[in-house]
Structure formats: C-alpha cells, structure tokens
Design a protein around this ligand. Structure first.
Ligand SMILES: [Zn+2]
Length: 676
C-alpha cells in the first residue's frame, strides 16, 4: 500500500517520514492528480446554480492530499535531497505545472466561478469569503479567461515569447559569468585578501590546471576581491567585467532582450485590460498602484539623500587621506567602505559568537514568543523526523491548547540547499468545525557543534534565526477558514513584515538579557558591544538606501510606463539614475542587461518591496518600542490583526487595524540614523 494515498494516521497527523519510500511519490502524485480532477469535474457537472459553497468552497478544498504530498516532497527536495529525489522532481514538476494550467484554462469551471463572482452580492459573504472569491476569480481572469479566442491565442504567443526571452537573458548572463577569468600570477597582487579568499583562488586555479590564483565573477570570488584587494587597477578590471555582462554588442548581448521583454510585458498587460505591466503586478500587492510605489520611492529618496551625500563625502575624505584618491570610483566603494567600517567599529564575529550559543538563541526566540504571544514550546519525540538533526516541538497556547507542530532543522549537510527558509508540512484551516493546526518548519545552515565546542552563531546567524522564526510564527498563529488564505499566503510585499519585525528584538537589551549569555562564563553580553552592533548595522545606510532606491526606480521605469519610447537601454538608464548616482558613470557598464531579478526572475515591478518591507517592520516595531517591546496589548493587536489573519483581507486594512494608521517611513529613517 502507498502510504501517501491516505490521510496520515500518525501522532498529530504529522508526516510519516520514516515510512515513505522514494518510489511512493510519483505514483501517489499521479493518482492524487486524477482524484483532484474528479473533484473538479464534480463542480463542473453540478446541475445546481453555482453558489459560493458549491463552487468556490469546493474548489478551495479540492486536492488537499495532493497538496500535502507535494509539500512533503518539495520540502524534502530542499532540506534532505538526493539524486533519486531530484530525478523524481524533474519528472513530476512539468506534470504538476500542466495540471495547474489545465485548471486555470478550464472554461467550464471558469464559467461557474464567474457566475458566482458576477452575483457576489447575493451570497452575503464575509470579508474572508469575498477575498477568497476574488482570488479564485483572478486566478482565471489574470490568465486571460475573459478574452476572446483570438486574444487568448495572442496571450499564449506572448507568454511563449517571454518565456524564451527570459531563458535567453539568463543563459547570456551565465555564459558571461563563466567566460571571464582573471588569473593572478604575482603574489603581490593578492595583497589585502583574507587567507580564505587566497586559498579559494588557488584551489580554483588548480582545478583548471593553472598556476597561480584565479578570480572570477562568481560572488564568492568577486565580493572578497572587491572588498579587500589593495590593487586598484585589478579591482577596476574586475568591476568593469562584472558590470559589462550582456552589454558588449556581441552574441551574448542582452540589450534587445531587455527592450523586447519590457515591450511584451506591456502588451500583455494591455491585452488583459491593464495600463502597464506594473498596474497588472501591483493589483495583487499591498502597494496596489505604480503611483503609490513611485511616490514611496521618491519620498524616501528625498529623505535619505542628504545622509547618503554626507556618507559619500566621509568616504571620499577617508580614501583621500589613506591613499590620496582624488576621484572615488565604483570599484573603490566596497574596499574603502570596509576599511572605514573597521576603523570606526573594529567589530568582528569572533568577539560576539561566545554570547550566541545556538541552544541559548533558540531558547531566546521561544521566550520572546512566550512573552509576546503566550506560546510554549515543548520538545516531543513521538513524531517522525526526516533526519536525526531535526528537532521537533509541540507548540501550545496559554490554555495548553495545541497551536502548531514546529520542526527546527538547523545544521548544514550534503542533501540540504544553502540559505535559510520557513515552510509548512500541513496548512492551517477550519473545516467541519475543526480548526486544523499547522505543521511549520524552519530550515537553516548554522555551524555545527564539535566535540570541544558548541554551535556558536555569528550575529548575522542570530538575526537569521529570528527572521525565519518570525515567518514561522506567521504560520503557527494562523487562524483562518481557508487554507489558501492562511499564514504566509499573503501579498508579496507584506510577507516579510512578521519576519523582519522579529529581528528587531535581537538589538534590544531587554531581549538580549534573556539569552545572549557567554557559553562558558554565563556573562550577559556587554551593552557597549550591543551599541556597537547597532551602529555598525546602520553603517552607510544612506548610501545603501540610495542604491536600493535606484534599483526600484529602474524597475518601475521599465514596467510602469509604455516602454516603446525607450530605444537606447544605456541612455534610458543614465536618465533614470540621475538623482541617485554618487559615483561617475562607467560607460562600458549597464545594469539592466544583467538585472536578472526583474528581467529573468519574478521581481518585475517588485524591487521596491525590499524597502517597503523595511518601512513596514520599522514602523511596526516603533509601536512596540513606544509601549514596551514586550507590551502584551501591542503584541495581541499584532497577533489578532496581522499574524493570525493571513491573506484574508487587504494587507493595508490589516496593518491599519494593528497600527491605527498607514505605515510611515520616519521610523526606518530614524532607526537607520538618517534623520534625528
Ligand atoms: Zn524572509
């Protein structure tokens, strides 16, 4: 029997990891797709008049076991994979994509959904129900369901062209990255580089049967060189090569691809009835309109620019004093910034690590959650794990009621991908009067303990743990009826609020006293060290802000307008960067031709959300600071209006209910030291 085909009869209905065999996945997923198709056919074939209940709700609750099995599969393919799982993933991913397309292109199903949507006033829906209806309807309409047959074909043709252009764009960048090598044969040219970077460069050269040290455009090679190498001419050479990707008028050039992608996105949006691509994207974002995004970016620019200019002047003077540099160039930026930072703060990871033993930090995160939301974390050993390193917890509320199951998987190993993330093995939802509690997981890659030393985290790892734990709380405290609106299923520019806001506790004395204790002496972290952490965290924040804003503005300049007037990529860029440039332009370089985030990945009309999320988290935390960082009233408001509500309402509405007003950038500017 295939264990994946039945509802799991495990403790807490958890995933039966130990009993799943790799060969179970594909047949189970194929069978569950067929089952889900039958569920959908039943909606289509229902002869009653379509209602919210018999159409939208049934659609929402269809395919539940399929969702559980695919989440187990894809979560493990990230956290504990092997060749076999990867092969299965390649097999089933296209099948699942096709199945998803079959649903959004199902005209008979859309007719039913549209009927409910057009008659929504008759159904007396609550907010969560109208949000769900809207979401279901748009999943069809935004894919062209309302278009005539010939326009539908136009849309498919555009989608096909876009897919191949994006692919080509990415392939060119990759080919450019791989084509460049800088071989260093004179040891003097390595001056300034840390030992680790030299070692890596040596190994890279050896792997290619070369004598010397090899530097490439890959980040792990590029970043240390730009940050530490004393040889200015080589930094210049490397920086120009990096910035010239896709901009050499050769066969790997991306200029025409940029123009074509922008034009096709614009045409696609028009076809679907939107003014621009940005209007199309932002309809499903907290920011809602390009006007709002542009005014957000411009407002921050005006407020951050004076600080950026001050910081730049300080850096210029520092470089002048140190090396008699007359004109600071782009390739000097990371190098002198790092030197200045060292001079000002002299803070390194090794000083801090003894205060951040992993067990203490985990306990600290749990204590913060307890003080804010009354949560208790109890270790349990009666549920399955997919690896012995995984720690499992039962999460209870103040009345000892189950809130969630929590998996914490913190150490690197061969089958785990890099980075840190939150995910879930079972969603939260309410059905047949039962509130199904979620199963949430945090996966990170922290330093493992050794025989003689426990796992000691860098400060960056501490904030990462709190960040993912914040996403985790968003999942754990979810309390909605429908699974697709639950927990972190919110608009994109809202999802980082719970995670980023939680990072703030890592900088507060009251919170650090709970857990930042020296692993040998038990001494609490000295406050002057904490002050230094805070100050160094906002080092050159004005310049950083300007840089982020320039990317956001560039993104909007391609997607928030009719791009057919743009004929020269570089000229367009220079015009867009006029107000954000600190360094002289490098004529061989172009940003757009290698801006994979927006031209290849999913960030088009979305780059602003990095800053947007920071504004949100600073503004939210400001409320806590005002009333006390463990103030129960504020915490409860945050839980009741944000964490538990998922995507059941417009995020701006949720936020205003918590905060009493729209978010303002002042708290961020103050936290970043840009205004007093
Ligand atoms: Zn995040």
């Amino acid at each position: 029997m295939n264990i994946l085909l039945n509802n799991f009869s495990t403790n807490f209905n958890t995933s039966p990891f130990q009993s799943i065999k790799n060969e179970d996945y594909k047949p189970a997923i194929l069978k569950l797709i067929e089952d889900t198709k039958l569920e959908i056919e039943a909606i289509v074939n229902n002869t009653e008049t379509p209602t919210f209940e018999n159409t939208i709700e049934v659609l929402e609750f269809s395919g539940q076991q399929l969702d559980r099995v695919t989440s187990i599969f894809f979560n493990l393919n990230s956290a504990e994979t092997n060749d076999e799982l990867q092969k299965i993933a390649q097999d089933i991913s296209p099948i699942l994509t096709e199945f998803g397309n079959d649903i959004t292109l199902n005209e008979a199903l859309f007719k039913k959904v549209k009927h409910v949507y057009d008659n929504k006033d008759r159904f007396n829906l609550n907010t969560e129900q109208s949000t769900l209806l809207d979401k279901k309807y748009k999943s069809f309409s935004r894919n062209g369901a309302n278009l005539s047959e010939d326009k539908k074909q136009q849309l498919r043709a555009i989608d096909k062209q876009l897919a191949s252009l994006k692919l080509k764009f990415g392939e060119n960048i990759l080919a450019e990255t791989n084509a460049f090598e800088m071989l260093i044969t004179n040891e003097v040219d390595l001056s300034g580089l840390p030992e680790g970077a030299i070692e890596a460069a040596k190994q890279l050269a050896e792997s290619k049967n070369k004598d010397g040290w090899l530097i490439t455009l890959d980040y792990p090679s590029y970043i240390p060189f730009m940050t530490y190498a004393d040889n200015r001419a080589l930094r210049k050479k490397l920086a120009i090569a990096f910035g010239a990707k896709g901009f050499k008028n050769d066969k790997l050039d991306n200029q025409q691809h940029v123009l074509d992608i922008a034009r096709l996105r614009f045409e696609r949006a028009n076809l679907l009835g939107y003014n621009t691509h940005a209007h199309f994207v932002l309809e499903e974002r907290m920011a809602q309109t390009p006007e709002k995004v542009n005014s957000f970016l411009q407002d921050l620019l005006v407020k951050a620019k004076p600080a950026a200019l001050r910081e730049f002047a300080q850096l210029e003077q520092f470089a002048k004093e140190l090396d008699n540099i007359d004109q600071l160039e782009k390739w000097d930026s990371a190098y002198y910034s790092e030197k200045l930072k060292q001079k000002l703060f002299n803070l390194d990871d090794e000083q801090l690590k003894p205060y951040f033993k992993l067990e203490n930090v985990i306990d600290g995160a749990f204590q913060v959650a307890n003080k804010l939301f009354g949560l208790q974390f109890k270790k349990i050993d009666t549920i399955d794990k997919y690896h012995e390193d995984v720690m499992t917890y039962e999460v209870l509320d103040e009345n000892n009621q189950l809130v969630s199951i929590f998996y914490a998987d913190f150490f690197p190993r061969a089958g785990k991908r890099n980075g840190a993330w939150m995910t879930s093995y079972k969603p939260q939802f309410i059905k047949d009067g039962i509130n199904q509690r979620p199963h949430i997981s945090n996966v990170c890659n922290f330093t493992k303990p050794t025989k003689s030393k426990p796992s000691l985290l860098t400060f960056n790892e501490v904030t990462t743990l709190f960040h993912e734990f914040g996403h985790g709380l968003h999942g754990m405290l979810a309390n909605t009826t429908y699974p697709s609106l639950s927990g972190t299923s919110v608009f994109w520019d809202f999802v980082e609020l719970p995670s980023q806001v939680l990072e703030n506790w890592c900088y507060e004395r009251e919170a650090l006293e709970l857990f930042a204790k020296h692993y040998e002496t038990g001494e609490i972290i000295p406050m002057d060290l904490v002050q230094k952490i805070k100050e160094s965290a906002t080092f050159q924040e004005g310049m950083q802000t300007l840089r982020q804003l320039s990317f956001g503005l560039l993104d909007m300049s391609w997607h928030g307008v009719n791009p057919s007037d743009i004929t020269n990529v570089k000229q367009h860029e220079n015009k867009t960067f006029e107000n954000t440039n600190l360094y002289p332009d490098v004529k061989e370089n172009c940003m757009s031709t290698a801006f994979a985030h927006i031209f290849q990945g999913g960030y088009s009309s979305g780059y602003y959300s990095y800053k947007w999320a920071e504004v949100l988290d600073a503004d939210a935390f400001d409320y806590f600071k005002e009333k006390g960082i463990f103030n129960k009233d504020v915490a409860t408001k945050f839980k009741d209006n944000v964490l538990s509500k998922g995507g059941t309402d417009n995020p701006m509405v949720l936020y205003k209910r918590f905060r009493g007003q729209e978010p303002k950038p002042e708290a961020l500017l103050k936290r970043a030291g840009l205004i007093k």
